[in-house]
Design a protein. Structure first.
Length: 183
C-alpha cells in the first residue's frame, strides 16, 4: 500500500524518504534476505525481526543517528535505506552516511535520487555542514553513487572498519553544503 505523500520528509519524481518505523520490520528484513548476494561482502543489514528491532531502535532514539527509508512513490515499497551516523553538531556539524539498495531496486537510479533527497534534508532541516561516506575501494556501485551525487574523494584509510571478519581499507568521500549550492 502506498504511503501518503505526507509521510515523506522529501520526495522526488520516483522516490520519497521517510524515517524508519518498527512497522517496517517484515518488509525490510525480507528485502535484506533477498539482497544478501548483492550486499556481500560490503554490508549486512538486519535480516531478522529481532535484529531489525534493535537496529531501528538505535536509529529512532539515538540523536547521533538518523535513518531514512527510500520508498518507491508508485507503491510505497522500500527500495533501500540511507543512514546518517556519528552526527556531531557544534563546530563540526557532520555526519557519516551508510546506505544500501535492495536487489529489486538496484540499478534503477532510485538510490541516487534518494541520496540526493537525504543530502538536501541533512543540509537543510538537520543543519549539517558536511557529510562523509566511507567505501571499500572495490565497491564500484557505492563509489559510483557517491561520485554521482557530487561527493569528492578526500583520502584513503587502511584497515579502517572491521567488516565480515577483517579490517577493511576504505576510501573517504565527502560533500559540504557549499558544494551543493543554496538549500
Amino acid at each position: 500500500m502506498p504511503h501518503p505523500a505526507s509521510r515523506y520528509l522529501a520526495e522526488g519524481p520516483h522516490v520519497g524518504i521517510r524515517h524508519f518505523t518498527h512497522a517496517d520490520s517484515a518488509e525490510f528484513t525480507a528485502r535484506a534476505r533477498q539482497s544478501k548476494e548483492l550486499h556481500h561482502p560490503w554490508l549486512f543489514p538486519p535480516d531478522s525481526s529481532s535484529a531489525y528491532s534493535a537496529y531501528a531502535q538505535r536509529l529512532i532514539e539515538d540523536p547521533a543517528r538518523a535513518g531514512f527509508l527510500v520508498c518507491e512513490k508508485d507503491d510505497g515499497s522500500v527500495a533501500g535505506f540511507i543512514n546518517i551516523n556519528n552526527i556531531v553538531h557544534g563546530a563540526f556539524q557532520c555526519g557519516v552516511l551508510g546506505y544500501g539498495a535492495f536487489a529489486h531496486a538496484a540499478g534503477r537510479g532510485l538510490m541516487r535520487e534518494g541520496l540526493g533527497l537525504v543530502v538536501r534534508h541533512a543540509f537543510g532541516p538537520m543543519r549539517l555542514h558536511r557529510l562523509e561516506i566511507n567505501v571499500q575501494p572495490a565497491n564500484a556501485a557505492s563509489i559510483a553513487l557517491a561520485r554521482g551525487c557530487g561527493f569528492r574523494l578526500e583520502g584513503f584509510s587502511p584497515d579502517m572498519l572491521f567488516i565480515d571478519g577483517a579490517w577493511r581499507d576504505h576510501e573517504r568521500w565527502a560533500l559540504t553544503r557549499e558544494m551543493c549550492g543554496p538549500h
